[in-house]
Design a protein around this ligand. Structure first.
Ligand SMILES: [Fe+2]
Length: 391
């Protein structure tokens, strides 16, 4: 008998199977019955690097044990958004395993290690998740899509035959409709979708199924019809909302005691403390008083020179270098920290306040807010890395 009639040999089949398996990540769907939340473990079985999406604090021991048993090294704990119905385990996983925590830069968190935006990549081993901003359920909702687009994790933007509510946390029905249609249902028909919750025992769906059968967001529904459906829901608030939202802004780990508030000098400016304890001043105040303060810009050099420009005289100290540069920062003048939209500058201001800079504040809304006020900007090269001592 000729070999060609027998099809691929068992060795060839094994090689093909092995190649296809090694190019796919390890995948496990986990469940928290109390909040009906799905947590997803993805890993590269060769490098052992792993990520967890939407871990739940009550299940942290389960997840730690599983990671240990399987020999995976957690590199990122990602949240799809600031959940209102449960507390994330991301911060505890960071404390226990040294992984980095990830949230949207639009989520309003000053605690997450990585504040991501549309188009960013979150790598693990030979794989990576693409970040897609899918706001509408909350302002800072993200979907994470495997780079080969075989799998996508949609958080609460798209649920199986449903979607997340749009009546709090910056939710907006029109925005959600456009997010789901433009960023999720535009994926290939066969992409398997994994939501953050299901309340009926279902585990996954596909783009083609949701386009055909989703009663809110399927092909048959117009944007106006969707808006009307969502306006009619009238849902009660989640039981844990008052606890979960502030905790999740801190990645599930309580903020340090309010030492910042006690030590902070708020007499030098109309400093407002955000709910997360970040001291902030307005762009208008900075504009009127910029000669009396030192301004440090904690964005990256290309942003400093980029379309939003920078405040004249601002020193460039990218966030990752703030701790190294702190000893050289002039503490004689009050310090205003600036970034794109206030997230990174808030982290830096909090960090500096905790280390003895009493007169420090983040500029609320960052350079986006500064530009919205039409205040002048510079586009030139960075100043010296840290402000010079002045007297
Ligand atoms: Fe949610």
């Amino acid at each position: 008998m000729r070999g060609s009639k027998r099809g691929p040999s068992s060795l060839a089949r094994f090689v093909l199977w092995h190649v296809s398996m090694t190019l796919r990540p390890f995948f496990r769907q986990l469940f928290d019955a109390d909040s009906s939340t799905y947590t997803y473990l993805l890993a590269d079985e060769e490098t052992r690097e792993a990520v967890l999406i939407d871990p739940v604090i009550e299940q942290v021991d389960r997840d730690l044990e599983l990671l240990k048993e399987l020999g995976f090294r957690l590199v990122y704990a990602l949240d799809t958004h600031v959940h209102a119905d449960h507390v994330t385990a991301a911060g505890v996983l960071k404390e226990r395993l040294g992984c980095k925590t990830v949230l949207s830069e639009r989520a309003g968190s000053v605690r997450a290690d990585l504040l991501v935006k549309d188009g960013d990549r979150v790598p693990f081993g030979r794989f990576a998740l693409e970040v897609r901003e899918t706001p509408g359920h909350t302002n800072g909702c993200l979907s994470y899509v495997m780079e080969d687009q075989l799998l996508a994790f949609t958080g609460d933007a798209l649920l199986i035959r449903g979607c997340g509510r749009t009546d709090f946390q910056g939710g907006d029905s029109r925005t959600l409709y456009r997010s789901v249609r433009g960023k999720i249902l535009s994926l290939p028909a066969g992409t398997v979708l994994y939501p953050a919750h299901d309340y009926k025992g279902r585990t996954s769906t596909r783009v083609s199924e949701e386009k055909q059968h989703n009663p809110r967001l399927g092909d048959a529904k117009s944007e106006d019809e969707f808006v009307a459906i969502m306006a009619g829901l009238k849902l009660p608030n989640p039981k844990k909302m008052a606890v979960a939202v502030p905790a999740n802004l801190e990645c599930g780990v309580p903020a340090p005691p309010p030492a910042v508030g006690r030590e902070l000098d708020r007499g030098w400016a109309p400093v407002i403390l955000t709910p997360a304890g970040v001291p902030e001043v307005s762009p208008a105040w900075v504009h009127a008083n910029k000669n009396d303060v030192n301004v440090i810009d904690v964005r990256e050099p290309d942003e400093y020179r980029g379309e939003l420009g920078h405040i004249a005289g601002a020193s460039l100290v990218p966030l990752a270098t703030v701790s190294a540069a702190a000893s050289a920062i002039d503490a004689q003048k009050p310090l205003v920290v600036v970034c794109r939209s206030g997230g990174r500058s808030g982290k830096a201001a909090l960090w500096l306040a905790e280390r003895g800079f009493a007169r420090v504040a983040s500029m609320a809304g960052g350079m986006r807010a500064w530009n919205a006020e039409r205040f002048a900007v510079d586009y030139g090269s960075p100043q010296a890395a840290v402000p010079a001592h002045q007297g």
